[in-house]
Design a protein around this ligand. Sequence first.
Ligand SMILES: Nc1ncnc2c1ncn2[C@@H]1O[C@H](COP(=O)(O)OP(=O)(O)OP(=O)(O)O)[C@@H](O)[C@H]1O
Length: 435
Amino acid sequence: MADNNVADSPQLSELVSFLQTLPEPHILCDRNYRIIAANDAYRANWLDQQDVVGRKCYEVSHRYDVPCDQAGEFCPLQRSLRSGQRERVLHLHHTPRGESFENIELSPIRDASGEIVYYIEKLEPLPGARSQAHAQGLIGRSPAFVRMMEMVARVAPSDAAVLLQGESGTGKELVAGAIHRISKRADQPFVAVDCSGLPETLFESELFGHERGAFTGATARKTGLVEAAAGGTLFLDEVGDIPLSIQVKLLRLLETGTYRRVGSPELRKAEIRIISATHRPLAEMVETGSFRQDLFYRLNIFPIFLPPLRERGDDVLLLAEALLARVAGGRKLTLSAAAQAWLVGYPYPGNVRELRNLLERACLLCDGDEIQREHLPASENVEFSRSTAIFAQKPPPPDFATLARNFKGSRKALAQQLGLSERTLYRRLKMAGLL
Ligand SMILES: Nc1ncnc2c1ncn2[C@@H]1O[C@H](COP(=O)(O)OP(=O)(O)OP(=O)(O)O)[C@@H](O)[C@H]1O
């Protein structure tokens, strides 16, 4: 770690030996992006590489010739110079093991006059996210994808409820898993519940468990999914498909953090973090009354929008290469220039899932080593796959007017069922022409 340039300055050498005590990779930079020192944890990542001291941070981490903000990315150093505060960003960095997402935290160090003279930069790799072709985790490097990953990195360490919204096949389940793996609950269970596949009658006993004899057929005590996820993460997939009658039960769990097994008076504490996902427009469903507003607020503490593949530019080819390696069953396949051109131009209504399916089919059709244009769908099939993608979506739940007309109870009961105040309900009824 010792650096001849810095040994003369007592203040600096103190800083440098402080960095050395830190277990995470750290570097010290000046205001001009020059790396002045790097601790052993950082150097361990750069084994066998040219020394980084004296080089510019953007050149080492990005192989750019200019600072990040001039290359179209956020530069935490520039931000910190402006704000005078500590700044955090997520960057895709070149490392000796390939590209990897890293959480960067930059803390300014001031001299006696208050002027910022150095920056301490902490670099922590984000587990579960890579841009490399053969990684098993989330793949992408487009600006839309990096923006999403930045949100993932920010929320993961907290216990905040996350709502993942995005079209079908955009990777919501994968992102939920990544949040769990980055969180402090990573060593505890990750339990996924497909809410659309859960019949109304089973919802409570599946989620909360039941006692022996709680209802006909309950021949033994059953542990619920909330209990199975204890200490970890409960992932509620397709949360927009939960019927109104059940939404209230979920709300109670979120509001009180407690639940009861069916057939048991004992109140149990739920030690879980909730991540939910939906491809439905939940905010609109709240407007039309098919999703409870209060439950929406509880789930939507930290919303993350997953970009559709058609907005992810070059990620298509990056993903295609990685997914090809995953579906090719050990064969080493490449994509011809014409196949690549078709893949880049296709709009992917079924997103990454559809890309994966197209490649799986192409592998089966291809006898050689290179996937050709003809192994991919003819243009008329594009419409076919689009209609199947739409067909795969479930019918929307009934709208507010239908619900309100068919409701048998009082207006107060209807307001309660919809999670609205009576005043809001009155306004909605009026707008729907029902008053
Ligand atoms: N960024 C990504 N990198 C690698 N694979 C991905 C990525 N995004 C999605 N996939 C793959 O695409 C497929 C669909 O992903 P996933 O099931 O997570 O989507 P989803 O948004 O939850 O879909 P749905 O709304 O239909 O449940 C999976 O095979 C997943 O591994």
